[in-house]
Design a protein around this ligand. Structure first.
Ligand SMILES: [Zn+2]
Length: 479
């Protein structure tokens, strides 16, 4: 069949390719060891290691484990380190001055400093506002410390209040949020996430009872939504704030199968888990989310490392996904290749609970083939969103993405996501299918195929020995 293909190319007929029987033989090759391999991979990640939270002992163990395996498959393997902002918090001092008053407030008791506060020192007059400020009056906020009631006394829940962005836009110098009545100040470290970055102004908070230090009680009692109290210029607030971050090391593990062509396929699955439950200490073992994806990734890495492909394949086990896809965000912003050379990114997250033979997919950007173009009788391919995952930054960067998953799973991120819940037969079918899918994407990247015609795929997979596999391997080298 390959000979026929090349003859077709020679006479300029490149409109379509009938996938060769040799390819099909390779694609349908079901190594009896693959299920066992994926089973033991999940058992190691989930039962032996368990917690794979970034920088935990389990995280370091798994990183070494994946590196070793990628290397043993003959892939160029390396760690791509990055840092995760685990916690952010602020500290500071605050003083009220003027009209013969000098009142010092106690940090952590009278006021708090937000984890997203800028580090700064300033002294300025202040204004107190309840709810939003109409546009014509926003100039009143300029060069002031803006004290904002988070809930105006007469407004219902959900009423709009002034946001930090409003204050910044109006050239306010600092923002002090007044918590709703009944809620007390407590100094907390906030969790870092994708958008932890500090705002450009100091951001503090006080509780409602503290408001009477800044406005006469009689005025406080009469404030309603939209009220503004402009303090006399002589009264000023002096604030000094500091910003702190706790950073922890994390890493992506990369295995590169290098080809001579200039295109790349990226196959990714995150290996990390959420942190153990803070109250109970229960470990979130992450079997479906996402030891299943890692096991399929490893099976594909092993299988694809044994055949010749003209283009390159990058296998990436991402860290820090549960913290907001931080590993993949870092990977995309430090892409080790030209973005335009990525033929496709394939994301595997939660592929361990296949039900009724359904494999879901969702594609983003200009993807050249649909999963349904690569037919597979043992699978029902269905388009469905799968929640946010490591594909997010690839998709935002305009890279063609296909996200595969086996559907919603309500117990992920709890200690109940255990290895006995997984459908290993289903995972085996998925890795067989994905092998076929990846080979097809590579063919399309080569420009040899503009239309994929599939058919004749055996329902019962071929049972080939390892020796037979090496014969198949030599047969598809022209790819
Ligand atoms: Zn996940």
């Amino acid at each position: 069949m390959l000979l026929i293909l090349y003859k077709m190319k020679a006479i300029g007929i490149q409109k379509y390719l009938l996938i060769s029987t040799l390819l099909l033989a390779a694609a349908t090759l079901r190594c009896s060891g693959q299920i066992e391999m994926m089973h033991s991979e999940v058992a190691f990640l989930v039962d032996s290691v368990g917690n794979r939270y970034p920088s935990s002992t389990g995280d370091l163990t798994v990183r070494q484990h994946i590196l070793r395996h990628f290397a043993s498959y003959g892939l160029t393997s390396y760690e791509q380190p990055f840092e995760i902002v685990e916690n952010v918090w602020g500290e500071g001092s605050m003083k009220l001055l003027g009209d013969g008053i000098e009142k010092e407030f106690v940090f952590g008791k009278d006021f708090d400093v937000s984890g997203r506060s800028a580090a700064d020192s300033l002294e300025a007059p202040y204004i107190v506002v309840a709810g939003v400020v109409p546009d014509p009056l926003r100039c009143l906020l300029r060069d002031k410390v803006v004290i904002c009631l988070q809930k105006a006394p007469d407004s219902g829940t959900g009423a709009r209040v002034l946001t930090p962005s409003d204050v910044i836009q109006a050239s306010g110098l600092a923002m002090i949020s007044v918590l709703p009545p009944g809620i007390k100040i407590s100094h907390r470290k906030s969790k870092g996430n994708r958008s932890y970055k500090p705002r450009p102004i100091p951001m503090l908070s006080i509780d409602y009872d503290m408001l009477s230090a800044f406005i006469p009680q009689s005025v406080a009692d009469r404030m309603t939504a939209g009220s503004i109290y402009n303090a006399p210029e002589s009264k000023r607030i002096r604030v000094s704030t500091r910003h702190f971050e706790k950073r922890i090391p994390a890493a992506n593990i990369v295995g590169l199968k290098r080809g001579s062509g200039d295109k790349f396929i990226i196959v990714g699955a995150h290996y990390d888990t959420c942190a153990p439950n803070e109250d109970t200490g229960d470990i979130r073992r992450g079997a479906n989310d996402n030891a299943s994806g890692v096991a399929v990734l490893m099976a594909l890495a092993l299988r694809l490392s044994q055949i010749e492909t003209r283009h390159s394949i990058l296998f990436v086990a991402f860290g820090g996904e549960e913290k907001g896809f931080l590993g993949s965000m870092h990977f995309v912003s430090h892409l080790p290749l030209n973005k335009d050379d990525v033929a496709e990114m394939i994301n595997l997250d939660m592929v361990g609970r296949m039900n009724n033979d359904v494999l879901y997919y969702k594609q983003y950007n200009d993807v050249h083939i649909k999963p349904t173009d690569v037919s597979w009788e043992e699978l029902v391919l269905r388009e469905q969103e799968g929640g946010l995952s490591d594909y997010y930054d690839f998709a935002n960067a305009g890279i063609p993405v296909t996200y595969f998953h086996t559907g919603e799973d309500l117990v992920i991120h709890t200690s109940a996501d255990t290895s006995d819940r997984l459908n290993y037969e289903g995972m085996d079918t998925i890795q067989l299918y994905l092998f076929n899918y990846i080979i097809t994407v590579l063919s399309v990247a080569d420009g040899a195929v503009t239309k994929v015609v599939t058919g004749g795929i055996r329902k019962k997979p071929l049972q080939l020995s390892v020796r037979a596999f090496s014969e198949v391997r030599s047969g598809i080298e022209p790819l």
